[in-house]
Design a protein around this ligand. Structure first.
Ligand code: GRF
Length: 206
C-alpha cells in the first residue's frame, strides 16, 4: 500500500510560455514543499505550459474554446475538470481568459493569480509597458486572490524591482519575471500551510 500524498492539489491554468508553472513544478519537486501540481489546463493547443506539464508527468489538458458555445459553458467544463482532479487551489499563470463569476464563486478563496505589476497600479494587459510609459521608478509583481474583477482581488504577496533609466519592455519584464518565479511558489506554500487568511479585501499572512 502506498502512503496517501497529502500535499495540496494544485491546478494551473496557462495560455503560453508557462515559466511560472515551471517555477511551481520546480518548487513542488523540492523536499518538504506542501503542494503539487496535479493538472495543467490551457485554452491554447500549443501552449508551452502543456509541454512543461507533460515533461513532468502532470496531466495536461487542452480545453478548446471553439468546442464550447460560450464562456459560461467553457468555464463550467473547466470547473468540472478541476473538481475531477480534486484541486484545492487554482493558480492562474498567464491564462488569457477572464473567469466567469460562477467559476470564481465555485472556487471562492481558492484561486490565485500572478500579475507583473505592483497592483493596484497597471492592471490588465502589458503591465510592464504601462509602468515604463508612466515613468515609475519601482515596478514589481503581485500574487493576489482572484475575485470577480480583473486584477482586483486581495493581495497575498508583492515584490518590487527597480526600473533602470535604460530599461526596455523586455529588460524590465525579465527583471520582474525573476521575482514572479520567487513569490508565486512562496504564496502557494503559504496557502498550502494555511497561513493566508482572507479578511475582507486584506490577506493576513501568518
Ligand atoms: C507573467 O508575466 C504573469 O505575471 C502574467 O503573464 C505572464 C505569464 O508568463 N500574468 P508565463 O506563462 O508564466 O511564463
Amino acid at each position: 500500500m502506498t502512503r496517501e500524498d497529502i500535499r495540496l492539489r494544485v491546478g494551473v491554468l496557462g495560455s503560453g510560455r508557462g515559466s511560472n508553472l515551471q517555477a511551481l513544478l520546480d518548487a513542488a519537486a523540492r523536499p518538504g514543499y506542501p503542494a503539487r501540481v496535479v493538472v495543467v489546463v490551457s485554452d491554447k493547443e500549443r501552449a508551452q505550459a502543456l509541454e512543461r506539464a507533460r515533461a513532468h508527468g502532470v496531466a495536461a489538458v487542452w480545453l478548446n474554446p471553439k468546442d464550447f458555445g460560450d464562456r459560461a459553458t467553457y468555464d463550467a467544463a473547466l470547473g468540472r475538470l478541476l473538481a475531477e482532479h480534486r484541486v484545492g487551489l487554482v493558480c492562474l499563470a498567464g491564462f488569457m481568459r477572464i473567469l466567469t463569476p460562477e467559476l470564481v464563486r465555485a472556487f471562492a478563496g481558492r484561486v490565485l493569480n500572478i500579475h507583473p505589476s505592483l497592483l493596484p497600479a497597471f492592471p490588465g494587459l502589458h503591465a510592464q509597458r504601462q509602468a515604463l510609459d508612466y515613468g515609475v521608478k519601482v515596478a514589481g509583481a503581485t500574487v493576489h486572490f482572484v475575485d470577480e474583477g480583473v486584477d482586483t482581488g486581495p493581495i497575498a504577496l508583492q515584490a518590487s524591482v527597480p526600473v533602470q533609466p535604460d530599461d526596455t519592455e523586455e529588460s524590465l519584464s525579465a527583471r520582474i519575471l525573476a521575482v514572479e518565479h520567487r513569490i508565486y511558489p512562496e504564496a502557494v506554500r503559504l496557502f498550502a500551510e494555511g497561513r493566508l487568511r482572507l479578511a475582507g479585501r486584506k490577506v493576513i499572512v501568518r
